[in-house]
Ligand binder design. Structure first.
Ligand code: DC
Length: 223
């Protein structure tokens, strides 16, 4: 059977990660959260005292860091070298720093090859901001998943507030700022690909979104 590459782009809190994981599981495909790679670069930059606007520093960093996506019994984990950094990259500081480093062309270029290699010849679901527009413009099925800001912020708040101690208003303000950064940057801004299927998940359950996506996959595999 033909190998299918499915992309899911959208803003923070749109449900991309949960939906991508469920869809990949249902289909028996691999799943790649590309935001985790940007978070990994942000984490390492922070560890090494490199500021997000230091292009030379970021370029050197990207040339030597070794980010690895590893499937374990505890789920998919992100390693930098031999250190599991999966939990450390989920803080509000790293979210904001990831958004800042992801606007730098040196970082995007470095991650482009890694992402394409991860997807080459595989049945895969890739989620991010520019999967359907830049990284995999020839993907077999492209989705753009969104929801209104209030709903997305509430999802993030419920998921992480215990660990981060952030008030809802702070979560919403951070998310709005990150949306603006990610959508207004010059390189690979967040936007739907021309041929993407647009899904607004504001009033949809995860199951309903996945069902809609499965419908598109069925159409594609039967055509
Ligand atoms: O999906 P996420 O919230 O984990 O992503 C963190 C940041 O990384 C996000 O603010 C923008 C950036 N990112 C990107 O620019 N391109 C991608 N393909 C994925 C994430």
């Amino acid at each position: 059977m033909k190998k299918l590459l499915i992309t899911i782009d959208g803003p923070a809190g749109s449900g991309k990660t949960t939906v991508s994981r469920n869809l990949a599981e249902k289909l028996g495909y691999i799943y790649v959260d590309t935001g985790a790679l940007y978070r990994g670069v942000a984490h390492e930059a922070r560890q090494n005292g490199i500021s997000p606007d230091d292009d030379a520093g970021l370029e050197r960093l990207c040339a030597h860091i070794r980010l690895r996506v590893i499937k374990t019994d505890a789920g998919t984990r992100l390693y930098s070298g031999d250190t599991d950094i999966s939990d450390r990259i989920r803080t509000p500081e790293i979210s904001m720093m990831a958004s800042a480093v992801s606007a730098r062309p040196v970082v995007r270029q470095a991650l482009l090859d890694i992402q394409r290699q991860l997807g080459a010849g595989k049945n895969a679901v890739f989620e991010g901001r520019d999967m359907g527009t830049v990284v995999f413009p020839d993907a077999d099925i492209k989705f753009f998943l969104t929801a209104n800001l209030n709903t997305r912020a509430m999802r993030r708040y419920k998921e992480f507030s215990e660990e981060t101690n952030q008030a809802f208003e702070e979560v919403a303000a951070d998310m709005k700022k990150r949306d603006e950064n990610d959508a207004s940057r010059d390189v690979a801004p967040l936007k739907p690909a021309d041929d993407a299927v647009f899904i607004d998940s504001t009033n949809l359950s995860v199951e309903a979104v996945v069902a809609e996506m499965m419908g598109k996959v069925a159409e594609k595999t039967q055509s």
